[in-house]
Design a protein around this ligand. Structure first.
Ligand code: SAM
Length: 294
């Protein structure tokens, strides 16, 4: 039975919240690490018809072709050891391993990691995965990962972190790279940030946020002071009126600031590359490649 009191409270909470939403007041990221969310998101990762969470296998193959060409151009020959940050279900690691390279991926989404491991095992691939949170990287990361020839960070997830947090993990990650090794960062260019407030709603039978029928209210805002895009999802379950709020914040970086933060982490010689496959402006971005200064 519908609980109208719950529905009423949900509406009151939404009405009482800040509109437009303020930046970095909550988690700032999708709840990737929550088991139920991760299970639902895994289906989106593996759906070849959407680029929303992972690209299709054909696009990933093109990205891997490009990455290996960069490695070649940098003077590396033979099999490489590659670290993939926020690897999700390991699609890049699997492809690299199929080409004879050793791939290591980490993420903190449990269902994605479980799938990544199962696939690698089933196909006998030299790809391994471990759980780690970028914002709390283990002290022994470099020992665990060993010196790698390439670190790659696909899909602009880099923008989900505030600059001091990003600076901290870049420094920790660089320790894992051999001198002269490549750091490949897919970043969202400044002009793709929507610097305008808006909102929209829809009614869904189910989404990544909830299996049950719900109303999905979305608010988009731009905070000029911190250069942050804020995207709030309000989920109201139709039957019970339960309310959930998820907040995504995306930090915009001018290219010069990106080069500077990478430089402070010991990564120089920057080269900017346009989107590799050119499939979808919203879901494929340019790549900035730097090298660990020897
Ligand atoms: C858009 S998905 C891309 C996944 C994968 N790179 C791909 O392209 O198929 C972003 C990934 O970043 C991971 N991620 C987000 N925040 C993270 C954190 N703090 N620590 C580790 N992984 C994180 C998510 O769990 C998710 O798998």
């Amino acid at each position: 039975m519908k609980d109208s009191n719950q529905h009423h409270q949900a509406l009151q909470k939404i009405a009482a919240a800040a509109h437009p939403p303020r930046p970095w007041t909550g988690a700032g990221q999708l709840p990737w690490h929550e088991p139920d969310f991760s299970e639902r998101m895994l289906k989106v990762h593996l759906d070849p018809d959407t680029h929303m969470a992972s690209r299709s296998p054909a696009v990933i193959r093109r990205h891997v072709d490009w990455l290996l060409a960069q490695l070649n151009l940098s003077g590396h020959t033979g099999a490489a050891r590659i670290l993939d940050i926020g690897c999700g279900p390991g699609l890049y690691c699997h492809e690299l391993a199929r080409r004879g390279h050793t791939a290591v991926g980490f993420d903190f989404a449990p269902a994605a990691l479980a799938w990544a491991r199962q696939q690698a095992e089933a196909d006998g691939l030299p790809a391994t995965f471990f759980e780690a949170d970028l914002t709390a990287l283990p002290e022994d990361l470099a020992d665990r990962v060993g010196p790698v020839d390439v670190i790659c960070f696909w899909f602009g997830e880099f923008h989900s972190f505030r600059p001091p947090v990003a600076e901290d993990f870049l420094q920790r990650l660089t320790v894992c790279l051999r001198p002269g090794g490549l750091f490949s960062l897919e970043y969202q260019p400044w002009d793709l940030f929507v610097q305008q407030d808006s909102s929209q709603w829809s009614s869904c039978g189910g989404s990544v946020f909830c299996d049950k029928p719900h109303l999905w209210l979305q608010e988009f805002a731009w905070d000029e002071a911190s250069h942050t895009e804020i995207h709030v999802h309000w989920i109201i379950e139709e039957e019970s009126g339960s309310l959930h709020r998820y907040e995504q914040c995306h930090q915009a970086w001018p290219e010069s600031d990106l080069v500077a933060v990478l430089g402070r982490a010991g990564l120089g010689d920057p080269t900017f590359h346009p989107p590799i496959a050119g499939v979808d402006e919203e879901f494929e971005f340019p790549v900035l490649v730097t090298r660990k200064t020897p």
